[in-house]
Design a protein around this ligand. Structure first.
Ligand code: DX5
Ligand code: ZN
Length: 222
């Protein structure tokens, strides 16, 4: 079972002070940062591009997990890898050859991530086993921060862990201490949290609470 990692999602940061916000998260004990990239087509929102990722890369020395919510991620892989991504996630629902995109990401020497929307069944990714370093299980419908966790996704996390015993499994959307622990119990090991961590009065204390809850009896990582 892979190790537990807590990654704040920068979408919920104060965008007027992004460099300082990223440093604040790293100093609070984050294991990496999650960066949401949206094209206004795959999801009904726009966010940041490669120039922002590059700025964050220069600002902090930590793992950068870049989540491409793009209809055509294949057209932007090199741009985000050049900008400094350490893990690059493409959605299985994207309008491109997803297997080729995963191979291209690994071919550039970084980790390949595969994201699934809440309504996408676990068996939709089965044929891609062996080509993926991390599964990114959406626990909200992607596009916006601050949404409520969708508990109906929990059994899918368990199914994916059973089918993919050694791959990293991240959860993204509506994650806090309680929902993080529930997903770890199902087999998740990377907890991505935007609003909960960036809006917390004490981010360090909340990251620590997330770690503690994930190692309580009942959670699978004990
Ligand atoms: C949603 C994004 C998430 C988002 C999570 O489309 O992929 O990464 O930032 O934010 P919270 O934790 O606020 O739901
Ligand atoms: Zn995300």
């Amino acid at each position: 079972m892979p190790n537990l990692h807590i990654m704040p999602s920068v979408l919920a940061a104060d965008m007027g002070a992004l460099r300082a916000e990223c440093r604040r998260a790293v100093e609070a004990g984050a294991d990496g940062l999650h960066l949401d990239i949206m094209d206004g087509h795959f999801v009904p929102n726009l966010s940041m591009g490669p120039a922002i990722v590059s700025m964050i890369r220069e600002a902090v020395d930590t793992h950068l997990s870049v989540h491409l919510m793009l209809s055509r991620p294949d057209q932007y892989l090199d741009a985000f890898i050049d900008a400094g991504a350490d893990t690059l996630h493409v959605h299985v629902e994207a309008e491109c050859d997803v297997a080729a995109a995963l191979a291209a990401i690994r071919g550039r020497g970084i980790r390949a991530g595969l994201a699934l929307n809440p309504g996408t069944p676990a068996d939709r990714v089965a044929s891609l086993a062996g080509q993926v370093d991390e599964l990114l299980v959406m626990t909200v419908h992607p596009g916006f921060g601050g949404q409520s966790f969708l508990a109906e996704v929990l059994p899918k996390i368990g199914d994916l862990r059973a089918a993919w015993p050694s791959v990293d499994i991240a959860v993204d959307g509506g994650i806090n201490v309680e929902h993080g622990a529930e997903t770890v119990e199902q087999g998740a090991n990377i907890l991505i949290a935007g609003s909960f961590l960036f809006r917390a009065a004490d981010m360090r204390a909340e990251i620590e609470r997330m770690r503690q809850a994930a190692t309580l009896p009942g959670a699978r990582l004990t």
